[in-house]
Ligand binder design. Structure first.
Ligand code: SAM
Length: 251
C-alpha cells in the first residue's frame, strides 16, 4: 500500500490533509502565486519538519563534508538541504547534497523491521518513482545559484544495501557533515552506518527517523554498528516540535 498520509495520522488529520489538497487545487492565484504564498497550503507538521532540517544544517555550519539524504521519496528533505546550501553557503562548493533511494519504494525488509513495530512495513510502502522528476527539479534549481558550473545535488539510484558500499568505493574522498537516514529499515540503515559513518566528520550529525517509536530495525542497526562494532557512544537527542527525528553529534 502506498503512503498518502502517515500511517500514524488520526482521522481528523487525514481529513484536514484532503481539504488541504482540494484547497491547493482550487485556491486563488496562479501556480507561481501559490508557490510564493506556500505557507497557506502546508501543514504545521511540515513546518516543524522543515525547521528540524534547518536546525541540523545550522548545527553543522563550518563542519567539513557533504550531506547524505538516505531515503529521498519525493525529495522534500533533499531539496530543503539543497536550497539551504544555495541560500546560506553559496560558495561552499565542497558540500554536496547526495540523495540515495531505490526510487521504486521500500526494499530489503527483514525480521527486525516487523518485530514489535507499530507500523507494519510489509504493508506500508513509501514509493515515489521520482528520479526523472527530481532531475528536472535539480535542473531548475541549478539555473539560479552561484557556482552552478559545479554539481551540487547528486542522485544515486538503487538499494542502499549495495549502493552505500559502491558509492564509497567510487568516491573514497567523501566526508560527511550530515548523514540523514529515513529508510526506516534495518538492512539499508546498517549498510549506510557501516560505510558512511566512519567518514562522518567530528561535529557532524547522524540523524535517523523513527527511533524509539516506529523504526525498531533502524534502532537495532544503530546499536550494532555504531555502538558495538565501532565502539562509539551516541548521545541521542530530538526536537520536541518534531520528535520523529533523532540525532547525535559525533564527538
Ligand atoms: C520515509 S521515505 C523518505 C522521506 C524523505 N526523507 C522526505 O524528506 O520526504 C523512505 C524512502 O526510503 C526509500 N528506501 C526504502 N528502502 C530502501 C533501500 N533499501 N534502499 C534505498 N532506498 C530505500 C524509499 O524508496 C522511500 O523513498
Amino acid at each position: 500500500m502506498k503512503i498518502e498520509n502517515s500511517p500514524l495520522s488520526s482521522e481528523n488529520q487525514k481529513s484536514a490533509q484532503e481539504r488541504r489538497s482540494d484547497y491547493f487545487d482550487s485556491g486563488v492565484g496562479t501556480t507561481l502565486q501559490k508557490l510564493h504564498s506556500f505557507m497557506r497550503f502546508v501543514s504545521r507538521q511540515d513546518v516543524a519538519k522543515h525547521r528540524a532540517y534547518v536546525a541540523l544544517f545550522e548545527m553543522t555550519r563550518g563542519i567539513v563534508g557533504s550531506i547524505a539524504e538516505c531515503g529521498v521519496y519525493f525529495g522534500q528533505g533533499l531539496m530543503t538541504y539543497a536550497n539551504l546550501a544555495a541560500a546560506f553557503e553559496p560558495y561552499n562548493y565542497q558540500c554536496r547534497i547526495i540523495g540515495f533511494d531505490t526510487f521504486e519504494g521500500d526494499r530489503s525488509h527483514s525480521e527486525p523491521d516487523v518485530n514489535g513495530n507499530m507500523v507494519d512495513r510489509s504493508v506500508w510502502n513509501y514509493e515515489a518513482k521520482a528520479l526523472d522528476d527530481l532531475q528536472r527539479a535539480i535542473t531548475i534549481y541549478d539555473l539560479d545559484r552561484p557556482l552552478n558550473h559545479l554539481q551540487k545535488v547528486q542522485l544515486v539510484k538503487g538499494d542502499l544495501c549495495e549502493t552505500a558500499a559502491a558509492f564509497m568505493t567510487a568516491h573514497p574522498e567523501t566526508l560527511f557533515r550530515i548523514i540523514h537516514l529515513s529508510v526506516n529499515l534495518y538492512l539499508p540503515t546498517r549498510s549506510v552506518l557501516q560505510h558512511f559513518y566512519p567518514k562522518l566528520s567530528r561535529g557532524g550529525i547522524l540523524a535517523i527517523h523513527g527511533l524509539n517509536y516506529s523504526a525498531p530495525g533502524a534502532q537495532r542497526a544503530l546499536s550494532e554498528v555504531v555502538e558495538q562494532q565501532f565502539g562509539e557512544k551516541v548521545d541521542l537527542r530530538t526536537f520536541e516540535y518534531y520528535p520523529n527525528l533523532v540525532y547525535s553529534v559525533r564527538q
